[in-house]
Write a protein that binds this ligand. Sequence first.
Ligand SMILES: [Fe+2]
Ligand SMILES: [Fe+2]
Length: 336
Amino acid sequence: MSEHAAPDLRRVGEDASVDDAQAQHDAEGLAAFEQIIAQDSRVEPRDWMPAGYRKTLLRQISQHAHSEIIGMQPEANWITRAPSLKRKAILIAKVQDEAGHGLYLYSAAETLGQNRDRMMDDLLAGKARYSSIFNYPARTWADMGAIGWLVDGAAICNQVPLCRASYGPYGRAMVRICKEESFHQRQGFEILLELSNGTPAQKQMAQDAVNRWYAPALMMFGPPDDESPNSKQSMAWNIKRFSNDELRRRFLGMMVEQAKVLGLTLPDENIRYNEAEGHWEHGPLDWDEFAEVLAGRGPCNAQRMERRREAHENGAWVREAAAAYAAKRAAKEHAA
Ligand SMILES: [Fe+2]
Ligand SMILES: [Fe+2]
């Protein structure tokens, strides 16, 4: 053994210097990262970042991407039954936008070093989450209105502050997404406005849809602040700018005013403006239901996942063709 002692020791010595260099690199990286955060500037993919920051972003962005593509399903369900050609064209454009949002977000997540196939595998294996709201059924045409008005409305409230998220690719993706979300909310509002001014049965259909989507939309902002342990760190890293409850209250204030214009009511007798606190308040929400839906036991969880698996399998030839084309082009460029 003694004849191996010297090389072993040398190896230990080399490792130590590599470790020192790594430690110094990390210390400098952390200082630069902290400065970027303190200056409210942007972190870019090649910058050093703490492992927790990368992990948090990867989880948040990939969940967001999954939500966009699963979120296509409740509305795609109504494309063939849209009441007019104009409504059908608008709905197709909206559902297509959501696919685009998924694309921007998967691309942003990839800049953090995660492969898109892996993200998709996690979704299909049930390991990754998506927004619980998309596990509720779209029962009538008025649901297209309520989803656009309330669900896309909540998405805007949540996403506008994310345009200033400290991670560059995420913030930039959000800018474009938010522009499209405004159109989505507007089209939902307009569907409800037309129904609300239609026959009594149409107005009732609009009210019924709002009644069903109101509470799940409020819960889209996530659990109350005292039960959201990761929020604080996300805010310290300038990813999140406002707490879940703050965002929820802002959204509620907007909806209260818009509901008046629609001539519809929000199904909550406890909505009031708290003068002393300077914010809106709502009645209790069913967080047990939220937990159940998130755990996979909502009304449409199984159906949504089955549909996604089916779409993934049906799309295999597109991915193969795109990969074959990319390989062919790369070979051509290499030969040139
Ligand atoms: Fe979207
Ligand atoms: Fe949308």
